[in-house]
Design a protein around this ligand. Structure first.
Ligand SMILES: *Cc1c(COP(=O)(O)O)cnc(C)c1O
Length: 220
């Protein structure tokens, strides 16, 4: 099946208000172009250098989303062009993003990444850490970042009830933050959750942004 067909099949399945992030990590420029010619404009990468190299080679109306763990010392490579950083999990990282955004005279949109999966290895904040971050005077001083929502990953498991439960938890975290910190922010709207294996459940549980790689581009 072609990349074009796979994208249109997913689009038909999900509400038009849900953003489809085509996760193109490890995939060649040609595959991304095929998706681009099918109308896809939002792409996700998890490595800074790879994303920067692809940005150089591809049309400039693509929205590039950084979805993987981001080290502070690498923010500078993507700060000129990145549209959304899904993986903010510390004040230190947010401060560096702010600094690099300022250098580039822009504001960079970010999501706070939460840890809800049962696996130990996944990055992300819990609610206590998120509140600490949002309550800190340092956060209050950041002028060149904007937090527009949250991101999370469910456990990698066949247990659909567990996956659903974790997505439900993410939605509740979003609602809590919306009420307590972002009630006057029109921008705080995004819940990035759902990948190839679980995006249908994620959308049912309130996802506004799904990150789909292998279902579009084939296995890695
Ligand atoms: C790789 C990746 C995806 C996409 O995974 P698929 O299972 O290929 O759809 C989504 N989100 C993150 C954070 C990833 O690293």
């Amino acid at each position: 099946m072609s990349i074009q067909k796979r994208i249109s099949d997913i689009r038909k399945e999900i509400d038009a208000r849900v953003t489809l992030v085509a996760v193109s990590k490890t995939k060649p420029i040609e595959a991304i172009k095929e998706a681009y010619y099918a109308g896809q404009r939002v792409f996700g990468e998890n490595k800074v250098q790879e994303m920067a190299a692809k940005y150089e080679q591809l049309p400039k109306d693509i929205d590039w989303h950084l979805i993987g763990h981001l080290q502070s010392n690498k923010v500078k490579y993507i700060a000129p062009f990145v549209q959304l950083i899904h993986s903010v999990d510390s004040l230190k990282l947010l401060q560096e993003i702010n600094k690099q955004a300022q250098k580039n005279k822009r504001t960079i949109d970010c999501l706070l990444q939460f840890h809800v999966a049962s696996e130990e290895t996944k990055f992300g904040l819990n609610m206590i850490e998120a509140k600490e971050l949002l309550d800190s005077p340092e956060y209050g001083m950041l002028q060149n970042i904007r937090i527009v929502g949250i991101m999370g990953m469910a456990s990698f498991t066949e247990n659909q009830a567990l996956v659903r439960h974790e997505f439900h938890t993410l939605k509740s975290l979003f609602d809590t933050l919306k009420d307590s910190y972002f009630s006057t922010s029109d921008a705080f709207t995004e819940i990035s959750m759902g990948m190839s294996g679980d995006y249908r459940i994620a959308v049912e549980e309130g996802s506004t942004m799904i990150r789909v790689g292998s279902t579009i581009f084939g296995s890695r």
